[in-house]
Structures are given as C-alpha cells and as structure tokens.
Design a binder for this molecule. Structure first.
Ligand SMILES: N[C@@H](CCC(=O)N[C@@H](CS)C(=O)NCC(=O)O)C(=O)O
Length: 211
C-alpha cells in the first residue's frame, strides 16, 4: 500500500491508547506522520479533526481515504495491512489472549485508571493513597497477571506483543507511583517499559500540566 499514514494523538502524549498505536507503527517500521490534538482545548471537537474522526477521539489513524479510531482496532489493522515485525502473535490462541487482555484493560479497572491516571507515568506525578475500590481493582489486576503470565516467562503470550505494552502501562500506573506491586509483576512492567518503541514515546517533549 502506498497511501500516506497519519496518526493523531493527544498533545500531552499521555493517552495510553495513543501510545499503544504509536508503538505498533514504530515496531512495524512504517513511516507515518504524527499529529497532535489538544484535548484540553477541545481540539478533538473542532474541525478539521472533528470532520475526520467519526468518534472524535485519539488515537485516530488516517491511511489514504480510510480513517479509523479505537486503538486495538487500529493495531489489528496495522498488523493486517502491513508487513514487518508482528505486533500480535501468529498463533490463534496466543493472539486471542493478547486481544482479551487489551479489551479487558480498556473496559475494567476503572478505579486504577482514575486514581493513577497516566500523569503518574508520563509526568512523574504522585497520587494519594488508593481508595478501597482501587485496592480491590489492583488486587484483581495482580491476580489476573499472575494467572496469565507464567513464572519465568518474559512476555504475556510467549513472544512479545502489543498487549505487553498495554499491560505494562496499567501496572506502571501503580509501580511508578510507589504503590505496593508484587515484585515479579513490577519487574515485568519495568522490563517491558524498556522496549525501544515505548521509550521513543516516553521521550516526547510534553507541555507542562495546567494548574
Ligand atoms: N477505547 C478507546 C479510548 C480512546 C480514548 O479514551 N481517548 C481519549 C484520550 S485518552 C480521548 O480521545 N478523549 C476525548 C473524548 O473522548 O472526548 C481506544 O482504545 O482508542
């Protein structure tokens, strides 16, 4: 395919969903233009982005005439439409597992997402002690990862996949805040964070947080 590719992300580079798509494109070594939308200034609700993105959310990918949002749908499209290193496992069950974890992280664990938002991860902010609801969500997260990541295994699905990036982000909300995370899971999150494509996202210069 020769159509140009543009990825719209938030101007703070703090969206975990935008990061996931950025990493997928970077791993595939696909040239693309990165454009930022200032969500704080409602840039996603104004033209030209609002006219482009049906759901008015980042990340949004534009590939020629085709526009797509929802990060895991974009990652799957990238995998299917482009050659290069895989971002999902080839094995059907391993791939389904990666998709399961991505869908779960996007639909559950809300107290962690609220009380440990990504400013913890990308701006070094720290939050107050977790509420009971967030403690319960963290316990659920740890139990799930403990069950899904066999001891001694480096990646969720055996080989690296984009689900590792999403899972490491969720764990790092807690790890980077200094919350008590089981050592094996904290070590997994720290190791996954060193992935070169993740580090390229982390290194983006961010505007200061508004007061
Ligand atoms: N499920 C979506 C979530 C995307 C999302 O929540 N994007 C936020 C930024 S992190 C956004 O665009 N917020 C503006 C809005 O929803 O109006 C995905 O995986 O892409």
């Amino acid at each position: 395919m020769t159509d140009t590719l543009t990825l719209f992300v938030d101007s703070q580079y703090a969206s975990p969903y935008a990061m996931s798509v950025f990493v997928a494109l970077d791993v595939k070594q696909i040239p693309f233009e990165l454009r930022t939308i200032d969500l704080g200034a409602a840039g996603h609700l104004a033209p030209p982005f609002a006219a482009l993105s049906a759901t008015r959310r980042v990340p949004t990918l534009v590939h020629g005439e085709f526009t797509l949002s929802e990060s895991s749908a974009i990652a799957e499209y990238i995998e299917d439409a482009f050659p290069g290193p895989r971002v999902y496992p080839a094995d059907a069950r391993a791939k389904a597992r990666a998709r399961q974890v991505q869908a779960w992280l996007r639909s559950d664990l809300m107290p962690i997402r609220v009380e440990r938002n990504t400013e913890v991860v990308f701006y070094g902010k720290h939050g107050p002690a977790l509420s009971d609801a967030a403690h319960a969500a963290a316990a659920k997260l740890y139990a799930a990862v403990d069950a899904l990541l066999p001891a001694g295994q480096q990646n969720l699905c055996g080989e690296w996949s984009i689900a590792d990036v999403d899972l490491a982000l969720m764990l790092n909300r807690l790890v980077m805040n200094g919350d008590a995370v089981p050592a094996r899971l904290a070590e997994y999150a720290r190791r996954q964070w060193q992935h070169p494509s993740v580090q390229r996202w982390v290194a983006f210069e961010r505007p200061p947080l508004s007061a």
